[in-house]
Write a protein that binds this ligand. Sequence first.
Ligand code: TRP
Length: 347
Amino acid sequence: MKSNESKKGKSIILTGDRPTGPLHLGHYVGSLQTRVEMQEKKNYKQFIMIADAQALTDNADNPEKVRQNVLQVALDYLAVGLDPEKSTIFIQSAIPELAELNLFFLNLVTLARLQRNPTVKNEMKQKGFGANVPAGFLTYPVSQAADITAFKGTVVPVGNDQLPILEQVNEIVRKFNSIYGNGKNVLLECEALLSDTARLSGIDGKAKASKSMNNAIFLSDSSVTVKEKVMQMYTDSNHLKVSDPGKIKGNIVFEYLDAFDPDKSAVVEMKNHYRRGGLGDVACKKRLLFVLEEFLNPIRSKRESLAKNPDAVMQILKEGTARARAVAKKTMVEVKTAMKIDYFSKT
Ligand code: TRP
């Protein structure tokens, strides 16, 4: 048995998203695509969490936004083909065991270590928190450790911006086991599963696609919106005339074609033509628009039909949450026994 396999020989995948907005193409190439593939594999069991408690760490004053986006994210999941029969989709805050485990993990990290986490540091800068960072936000990697270990997750499909978080998760796991494990690995370390395109740039070419930067194409965007966004996309600022030779590197249209155009050899040819000169930005954008519409159309229609019945979607989440909670409860019994706080287990 390999160390990352559970007793039944299945590796557990645990992943999730903060419900702070609908999901976009960056989420698709960064993780959703991998999740859809992984749910078909017999050796894996997949848990997908809507991380509403994590979303509240920097949206404490905006609960309505988080609540609405729980449904939006669930719609995105189901529309791209995540199947609740094959993947357990659940809501983080509805599993109190995760909050409980987080509390014990908080004793295993130092403030200095939390402040060094490059992902959190970066996000804090973006959000302009400074010293007024909510404690829950600074410590979200710890709560993420609870999310992953409560399910014995060993495989975490995420974008590479999440790697420093997983490193910190594994530090907590090692510390937990060394203090409380009595020679055993009560909790398991995890590994990132990175996709080929772990980061997709925003349409402005300045940063990665994100809701907060307002530079992403959402899975739920209409054709009209997608067209506007593609036409605004950053290409090569020195490519002024069609006859000019153009640059591929940093050209967002080609980055998206690489990620979404199924005809790879056509993309190679377009790139050569663009480099030589004689291929205009608008022609490239038209091709990209065609490719994105082919990709998004089936997702849109599935999303629209699911959106007509939000109660049915919430029922799916309720059932997934009940299944997930049973697993987290079992882990908490093991955790409390290891920590010698299982006071009433025999009474
Ligand atoms: N931090 C992730 C994000 O911002 C969401 C998340 C919460 C998560 N808990 C997780 C991802 C556990 C993977 C595993 O999207």
